[in-house]
Design a protein around this ligand. Structure first.
Ligand SMILES: C[S@@+](CC[C@H](N)C(=O)[O-])C[C@H]1O[C@@H](n2cnc3c(N)ncnc32)[C@H](O)[C@@H]1O
Length: 288
């Protein structure tokens, strides 16, 4: 069996499983050979030996049973970063990248906070691409925070501090007010969790997804508490499911936030809402 044979066989076993069987076959073969996809094509006639063959076979079986490709490879790109992923921690999605754009457009200096950081894509991108002096990041999951710290080290990012706990309660006493707050929290309505594809329901932690009856439990708590942690003019940016944009826009306006704006992702789906905090005494903080 040479590399060309392995690519052909892998591709045909991925038809009907992967959206892009040829591309995924190339990535998996490259991964067992510990090389880059682009380098495969000069080596098509080289033999694929053990243990790479057995490993490829195992990875293809796992992929066929719904395991996300990035979990098999062990990492995923997010903007400029290479992030380790692992079972039990939410895998960053490309649609989340728009939150970084929205945050940087709203100001990129001072101190930023990423609530529900997971493996750290937002906190680390803000530290990498913005000019923030410091970035704080919180999550309720110990596993997520240890992966996020590893990702900070690997990407050479040193000005992010991680804290474990429930939303803002994780912050240490005496924390500063933040200039930017971002979050991609759980936002899927509980009843929709059963209808998710197996690649999500079997491989992502439920606590990373479940947003309660209408999906907005965590987002509502973030909007309610955020003013205590913001300065006048600070931006709050949250990820949403597209159908939630009217409800979240209304919640933010009702709570006194200004300049509420919805940003679409690259598939033109409403993906995040950005709002500015006008300062103490102006936000009404009323919640229905
Ligand atoms: C949808 S994942 C997003 C992770 C990361 N921000 C990303 O975009 O890849 C939501 C994250 O929220 C965390 N989480 C859930 N409830 C939380 C809470 N009450 N306080 C803090 N983090 C929470 C989960 O552990 C999970 O890592």
């Amino acid at each position: 069996v040479n590399i060309a044979d392995a690519l052909r066989a892998t591709r045909s076993r991925l038809v009907g499983v992967a959206d892009h069987p040829s591309f995924e076959a190339e990535l998996l073969v490259a991964s067992v050979l510990q090389t880059e996809r682009a380098r495969l094509f000069a080596r098509l006639k080289d033999p694929l030996r053990e243990p790479a063959r057995a490993l490829l076979n195992r990875l293809v079986e796992q992929r066929r049973s719904g395991c996300p490709l990035s979990l098999l490879r062990g990492w995923k790109h997010f903007r400029n970063l290479t992030l380790f992923v692992s079972r039990g921690v939410f895998i960053p999605r490309y649609e989340t990248e728009v939150l970084v754009e929205a945050a940087l457009q709203s100001g990129s200096s001072g101190i930023a906070l990423d609530l529900c950081t997971g493996s750290g894509p937002l906190a680390l991108s803000l530290a990498d691409e913005g000019s923030f002096s410091e970035v704080f990041a919180t999550d309720i999951s110990e596993g997520a925070l240890s992966l996020a710290s590893r990702n900070a080290l690997y990407n050479n990012i040193s000005n992010v501090s991680f804290f474990r706990g429930d939303l803002f309660d994780a912050l240490p006493p005496g924390s500063p007010r933040f200039d930017t707050i971002v979050s991609n929290p759980p936002y899927i309505p509980t009843d929709d969790l059963d209808g998710l594809p197996r690649s999500v329901s079997d491989f992502e932690p439920r606590a990373a997804l479940d947003g309660g009856d209408d999906g907005l439990d965590v987002i509502r708590r973030i909007i309610q508490s955020a003013p205590e942690y913001m300065r006048a003019g600070s931006a709050l940016i949250v990820e949403i499911a597209p159908f939630q944009s009217p409800a979240v826009t209304a919640l933010l306006r009702r709570s006194g936030f200004l300049d509420v704006r919805v940003f679409p992702d690259s598939s033109m789906q409403d993906r995040c809402v950005r709002a500015l905090y006008p300062g103490p005494g102006t936000a009404r903080g009323s919640f229905a």
